[in-house]
Design a protein around this ligand. Structure first.
Ligand code: 13P
Ligand code: SF4
Length: 304
């Protein structure tokens, strides 16, 4: 641990703060976190954390989810500008119009949405819980927003339901191509290809394993294979390389970087735990209560 990391650990104890980190954060941030996980794991943890303050190292919708579930806590995001571009793609007015067009469909929203958008949704899902939740959902007609790539993946896993998609998605994952996969497989013929379902269907179709960030990391850790091409944000390549130096991990593309996730540095985490910087999340109480229903439903259907 370096001096900054040691100071963070000391201060978070003194200030009754807990640090949650998404897997796309840098490795030095993961090392000082109380919990590291994918979007589903972070939501589960948020509801249970005993601390007064929560510092969410990730992007804004993740911090909003924490505040929605734990309104009595002070929730901070170290960098105010760390937002997920996908979360801004669909606004309340657009979704209201879609709901009017498909009045008999239940609205399922990827958790990468704003708190305001969640107020109009029946249930949220994450990449690791979407298939399970949609299978269990008491509805055969579904409007899935906003990620059409994750939606396409779910549609293929749950063909018995009618799932309408809208055009939206993650700019970081959507730019990965099937040609890049073919080239990477040629360069590393013994490697398994692990991919996030936010990638385009043509890329997902070439995968040996499809899963969320945590699921990809668990799969690589448990596999008896030693080479992997990673089709998700490149921090996962770094974490896996550090945690399993006996194995080889290749990024599918050097450009698979989420600049919003990379905005937060270990120094920002220190300054937030010191109380010098950091942005405190606030949500209107009516909006919070409405948005909470869709997250509670996600935790209910996704947990057992
Ligand atoms: P998961 O954490 O569910 O794998 O999602 C990845 C992501 O892009 C979060 O923004
Ligand atoms: Fe949003 Fe994509 Fe970045 Fe995840 S990786 S935070 S979905 S832009």
């Amino acid at each position: 641990m370096n001096e900054i990391q040691k100071r963070i650990i000391e201060l978070k104890k003194q200030n009754d703060a807990c640090i949650l980190a998404h897997c796309y954060q840098t490795h030095d941030i993961l090392e000082v976190a109380d919990f590291v996980g994918d979007s589903f794991g972070l939501a589960q943890k948020a509801a249970k954390s005993p601390n007064k303050k929560i510092i969410m190292c990730g992007v804004r919708f993740m911090a909003e989810t924490v505040k929605i579930l734990a309104p009595e806590k002070q929730v901070f995001i170290p960098q105010e500008d760390a937002g997920c571009p996908m979360a801004e793609q669909l606004d309340v007015e657009m979704l209201s119009q879609l709901k009017a067009k498909y009045p008999d469909h239940k609205v399922v929203a990827y958790i990468n949405t704003t708190a305001a958008l969640k107020t109009l949704c029946d249930v949220c899902v994450t990449s690791s819980s979407a298939v399970k939740i949609i299978k269990k959902l008491d509805a055969d007609k579904i409007l899935f927003v906003p990620d059409c790539n994750l939606g396409d993946y779910v549609k293929k896993q749950v063909p018995e339901k009618e799932i309408k998609l809208v055009s939206g998605g993650c700019p970081t994952h959507a730019k990965l191509t099937a040609d890049e996969v073919k080239n990477a497989k040629k360069a590393h013929p013994n490697a398994l290809f692990l991919v996030h379902p936010e990638c385009q269907p043509a890329v997902v179709a070439l995968a040996d394993f499809v899963g969320s960030t945590t699921e990809i990391m668990d799969f690589a850790a448990k596999s008896d294979k030693t080479e992997f091409i990673i089709g998700t944000e490149n921090s996962i390549v770094q974490h896996l390389g550090i945690e399993h130096p006996e194995k080889l991990f290749y990024p599918l593309s050097k450009d698979c970087v989420c600049h919003n996730m990379k905005l937060t540095t270990i120094a920002d985490v220190l300054h937030t735990v010191e109380g010098r910087t950091g942005f405190e999340i606030t949500i209107d109480e009516n909006e919070r209560l409405l948005a909470k229903k869709s997250i509670d439903e996600m935790l209910r259907l996704g947990n057992d």
